[in-house]
Design a protein around this ligand. Structure first.
Ligand SMILES: Cc1ncc(COP(=O)(O)O)c(C=O)c1O
Length: 492
């Protein structure tokens, strides 16, 4: 780093008649103001910098002293001179991140770009109590993973450092066995395609099978991420009501047949219902009649805490119109950015080719490690351990809600699954205001109303992730949430 900093100073040093210490001061000040040197960066020791630049050490010390005087840097014996955190008004390049729900605006954006950022839902903070959909990443077996990864590196082939093409064979094999055995998916390893997250899988499906103006039926409420991807690809979305059995099955009007049906049948997102077999068959029959594709998002199907696992819809449909999508974001950790899809045999070649054309697959060594992780049984035991843990955390949160607020704040039922639960408001409260109040108290909750398509009648409540909240923190974090609810109640 230090050598790079010296090069940077050489490159940015202004010319001119001003004395050297002044020019060095200006060079560093502008780098700090522009955010090129970020808070906590360590400046080179004065003796080193003086010798590298061929100037006197006192010249460097004079520049550092001035920066310190103006509070751009701080200096302490034995620690060196470090850049300080600047107040936003002192930086030349403050980035405006609108908070809440107001849209991003920039004349530079295309019409599509404007649409993509019009209603941003993804949160920059993820590791926080009650963030929905975030697993307990602190339980990821890092040592074991490192051992497997090192073993893979010791015996790797050169191809594994090149681009991939649809996924490493060992990973596709391991996944196909896992999906057949645990999710009742009907597939061979050839049908499995590895992607950088479910988002990429949904993007690929949409682009490859849909044209601008095609219709997608979307669960309402439903997953905002999928909505954003379809919208960016010019797909017209029809919000379809979710009842106790998941997405309702209606007969489309003439000329309005959907090209896609986007469903989360094993655990409706976010309300939690399981789609019974009759509804699944109705939707599959509709897909066959109209030539629609069912996108089955099985995002957390591994985490069912009572009763038998709910089999995937894909397994029901021989000669299928279903494309199954699963992800390691919930079972391992989201930053892994690894997911998979199962496509009908006749589409495999096109999907692999399009995947390579659009995204250029990589990280085959990570795929190799993951294949070993699954094949040696570690994936199954990690899921088992997390299932027990999340069931306990869910119970803890549900109990707190019932004891501190009342039974009518939470519907207990078949939704004994997943990484989140839904809190209802039996009194008039605006959920977006509660979410804002919660954020002011350091907790992240999502307003249920934001999962509904714009222009439709939204229910009020909160989607609360419990998987990422340690038992020791649950009560204090819940107290903070109660305080947010009280504050909202007072202002309503
Ligand atoms: C319902 C649902 N589907 C898909 C995903 C995205 O998965 P990935 O991280 O693999 O893109 C999420 C992530 O939160 C989700 O909640």
């Amino acid at each position: 780093m230090q050598a790079l900093l010296v090069d940077l100073i050489r490159l940015r040093m202004p010319e001119g008649p001003a004395p050297m210490h002044r020019r060095l001061y200006e060079c560093l000040r502008s780098a700090i103001q522009e955010g090129v040197l970020v808070a906590d960066s360590l400046l080179p020791p004065s003796r080193v910098l003086a010798s590298e630049l061929g100037i006197a050490r006192n010249t460097v010390l004079a520049a550092y002293r001035q920066l310190q005087l103006e509070a751009y840097v701080g200096s302490r014996q034995g620690i060196g001179t470090r850049v300080k955190q600047l107040a936003p008004e002192r930086t030349a390049r403050a980035i405006a991140f609108p908070s809440g729900t107001e849209p991003y605006k920039s004349d530079a954006l295309s019409a599509r770009g404007t649409q993509i950022v019009a209603m941003p839902r993804a949160s920059a903070t993820q590791w926080s109590a009650f963030m929905p959909g975030v697993p307990d990443v602190s339980r990821f077996p890092e040592r074991l993973w490192t051992r497997l990864r090192n073993a893979c590196w010791r015996s790797h082939r050169s191809e594994e450092l090149c681009y991939g093409y649809g996924g490493l064979a060992q990973l596709r094999q391991a996944l196909s066995l896992h999906l057949t055995a645990t999710r009742s998916v009907n597939c061979t390893p050839e049908q499995v395609l590895v992607t950088d997250g479910a988002h990429q899988a949904i993007d690929l499906i949409t682009r490859l099978l849909g044209d601008v103006g095609d219709i997608a039926w979307m669960e309402n409420p439903g997953y905002w991420g999928a909505r954003a991807i379809l919208e960016a690809n010019g797909i017209r979305q029809v919000p379809v009501e979710v009842d106790a059995h998941g997405m309702r099955c209606l007969e489309p009007a003439a000329g309005e047949a959907p090209r896609f049906l986007f469903v989360t049948p094993s655990h409706q997102y976010p309300l939690g219902s399981v789609m019974p077999v009759q509804r699944r068959q109705e939707l599959l029959a509709l897909a066959h009649r109209h030539g629609s594709w069912v996108i089955e998002d099985d995002y957390d199907g591994e985490f069912r805490f009572s009763g038998n696992p709910v089999p995937a819809m894909q397994g029901l449909a021989a000669g299928s119109r279903v494309i199954y999508v699963g992800t390691f974001s919930k079972t391992l950790y989201p930053g892994l950015r690894m997911a998979y899809m199962v496509v009908p045999l006749e589409l495999v070649a096109s999907f692999r080719a399009a995947h390579a054309e659009l995204y250029r697959e990589g990280r085959l060594m990570t795929q190799a490690t993951l294949a070993q992780f699954i094949a040696q049984g570690h994936f199954a035991s990690h899921i088992r351990a997390m299932r027990t843990l999340y069931a306990q955390r869910r119970e803890m949160l549900a109990h707190l809600i019932e004891r501190r607020l009342g039974r009518d704040w939470m519907v207990r039922g078949e939704d004994e699954a997943g990484l989140h639960l839904v809190m209802r408001f039996p009194i008039p409260l605006q959920d977006t205001v509660v979410a804002r109040e919660a954020l002011a108290r350091g907790i992240h909750v999502k307003a249920l109303s934001t999962y509904f398509a714009p222009g439709t009648t939204a229910q009020q409540g909160l989607v609360l992730g419990y998987a990422c909240v340690q038992e020791a923190d649950m009560v204090t974090k819940f107290e903070a949430l109660l305080s947010a609810l009280r504050a909202t109640d007072r202002t309503t």
